[in-house]
Design a protein around this ligand. Structure first.
Ligand code: SF4
Length: 354
């Protein structure tokens, strides 16, 4: 089937097959992809605005036993700059977030070998006791799976206990590419693709919601990127629990995979357009301005994300490998306006807050 015929099918609301998704990713017709993705995005989001949110990424520890080859953030337990966050530091960061208008924190860390499940429960409980209005968007499926193994408890029990402590939503970190061949190559000690998806499945079964992610542009093939999208789409059919899809490009600086060429704007925008066309059951697609910069993020809104993501106050995981883009709320809003939309602030569940 021609690229034009596949795009017509997607614009008409027909579901694309894996072969069709791959055909789009392999083609060079970026403008046509963008136009079709724009039509789909406008069908799903006819409203005149595009959204962003304000939150803070707080890394509660940088100690991690996983040793992922793409990571510039993790430290060993005995490294001089290894840390576990203390309460005064944590609370100060949350207070600053609230002062800047934020209403949630993204709480993530490494796979620490010594922190028991109770430590995580107390962490969430203490945050909610002090800041009941703040949503804790915390602990990726990778961390939950690690906690399950460390504590000897089932994934369902770990999730239930964290939810009871006050966990609000689950970030989709650690997905990278949900194909085990890729995972064995870049993060062999990390949760398998099936297990990553199963953590999300169980969280959704508890009534929880969360995001789905993809980090691309390292050792994966184009077919494996589509397989990743297909696995997310199938789980979304099953549970409907994903709030959004966020794809970002691998940042090779200071990692074991430093020789790999960075995916540029062209490759990023093509992946974004194909994701919009393929993920027909995802309401929201977020642009990754943190790794691509605000200019590309702005094009992404027309190409066809409907959300510019977060005004992140700290982004250690990205800053650690040399990529740092900071934007004030004003810049984010202007970026959206210049793309032709009204800027509106949202919460983690994509509800408008202004
Ligand atoms: S990416 Fe996450 S799991 Fe992998 S080494 Fe870094 S902190 Fe650990």
């Amino acid at each position: 089937m021609s690229v034009a015929a596949i795009l017509d099918r997607a614009v008409a609301g027909r579901r694309l097959g894996v072969d069709e998704g791959l055909r789009l990713l392999e083609c060079h017709e970026l403008a046509a992809l963008g136009e079709a993705a724009d039509a789909v995005s406008r069908r799903l989001h006819p409203e005149p605005y595009r959204t962003y949110n304000i939150d803070r990424n707080i890394n509660y520890t940088n100690v991690c036993t996983s040793g992922c080859r793409f990571c510039a953030f993790s430290r060993r337990l005995d490294d001089p700059d290894a840390y576990v966050i203390d309460r005064p530091t944590l609370f100060e960061k949350i207070r600053e977030t609230i002062a800047l208008g934020g209403d949630q924190i993204l709480l993530q860390g490494g796979m620490h070998p010594g922190l028991p499940l109770e430590w995580y429960e107390n962490l969430v409980r203490d945050i909610k006791a002090e800041f009941p209005q703040v949503n804790v968007h915390g602990f990726s499926p990778t961390e939950v799976h690690h906690l399950s193994r460390l504590s000897g408890r089932t994934v369902g029990e770990v999730l239930g206990r964290l939810r009871a402590a006050g966990l609000g939503s689950l970030p989709g970190g650690g997905a990278e590419i949900l194909v085990d061949r890729v995972r064995r190559e870049v993060s062999p000690r990390k949760v398998s693709a099936d297990d990553w998806l199963d953590v999300c499945r169980q969280w959704h079964a508890l009534g929880g919601r969360g995001s789905a992610t993809m980090m691309f542009g390292h050792v994966e093939t184009l077919a494996e990127r589509i397989e990743h999208l297909d696995r997310l789409r199938r789980l979304q059919d099953e549970t409907g629990g994903f709030t959004a899809f966020i794809g970002w490009t691998f940042q090779p600086g200071n990692t074991d995979l430093a020789g790999i060429a960075k995916v540029g704007a062209h490759g990023y925008l093509k992946m974004l357009a194909v994701s919009r066309l393929f993920l027909d059951n995802f309401a929201n697609l977020q642009a990754s301005w943190v790794t691509q910069g605000l200019r590309v993020g702005q094009i992404a809104l027309r190409f066809r994300a409907n959300d510019l993501g977060s005004m992140m106050i700290v982004e250690n995981l990205v800053a650690a490998d040399g990529t740092r883009f900071e934007a004030t709320q004003r810049q984010l809003r202007r970026t959206i306006e210049q793309a032709g939309f009204q800027p509106r602030r949202r919460n983690v569940f994509y509800g408008l807050v202004e």
